[in-house]
Design a protein around this ligand. Structure first.
Ligand SMILES: Nc1ncnc2c1ncn2[C@@H]1O[C@H](COP(=O)(O)OP(=O)(O)OP(=O)(O)O)[C@@H](O)[C@H]1O
Ligand SMILES: [Mg+2]
Length: 146
């Protein structure tokens, strides 16, 4: 371990730029776990990721009730999940979480700690922390730092 990547965001634009930095490194087949409180900026991060992949950023919203949104971007398919209302993982099984991981797209999950036991070992873990009205700290596990 060489430590985590830490990025400080002062605006929504900064957050999208941090997401774009991650997006550039994606090859397909990754699973990204987003942690952080309500309103921390998890969905905003996904919006930046989808924009950076040449997808339609306006179509990005928390899939709180439907559990899954699929964005067919110019580069990679993004499977956006939200585990906020998931109890025990059965819902994730029902939407075929295991199969999504095999699509060679990018699987990105809000409130991922609710399904911690179902996440692959090589999941990229991103923690978003609100440190002020427009300030956010992003801590990204160092899986890319080789
Ligand atoms: N630096 C910043 N980065 C991201 N969002 C910011 C920032 N500053 C302010 N915001 C605001 O914070 C809110 C983040 O909302 P967002 O929907 O991304 O949160 P979330 O973590 O997905 O919450 P939820 O758990 O409810 O889905 C937005 O209203 C956004 O405009
Ligand atoms: Mg959200």
């Amino acid at each position: 371990m060489t430590g985590a990547i830490v990025r400080e965001s002062h605006s929504v634009q900064d957050t999208e730029a941090i997401a774009a930095e991650i997006a550039r490194k994606l090859m397909g087949g990754e699973c990204i776990a987003l942690e952080g409180d309500l309103g921390a900026g998890k969905t905003q991060f996904v919006r930046g990721l989808v924009r950076a992949l040449d997808g339609d950023a306006r179509s990005v919203s928390s899939p709180t009730y439907v559990l899954l949104h699929v964005y067919d971007t110019g580069r990679l398919k993004v499977f956006h999940l939200d585990a906020y209302r998931v109890q025990g993982g059965e819902d994730f099984d029902a939407i075929g979480f295991g199969e999504l991981l095999e699509q060679n797209g990018v699987v990105i999950i809000e409130w991922a700690s609710r399904v911690a036991s179902q996440l692959p070992a090589n999941t990229i873990r991103i923690h978003v922390e609100s440190t002020g009205e427009t300030r956010r700290n992003f801590t990204i596990a160092d899986l890319f730092a080789t």
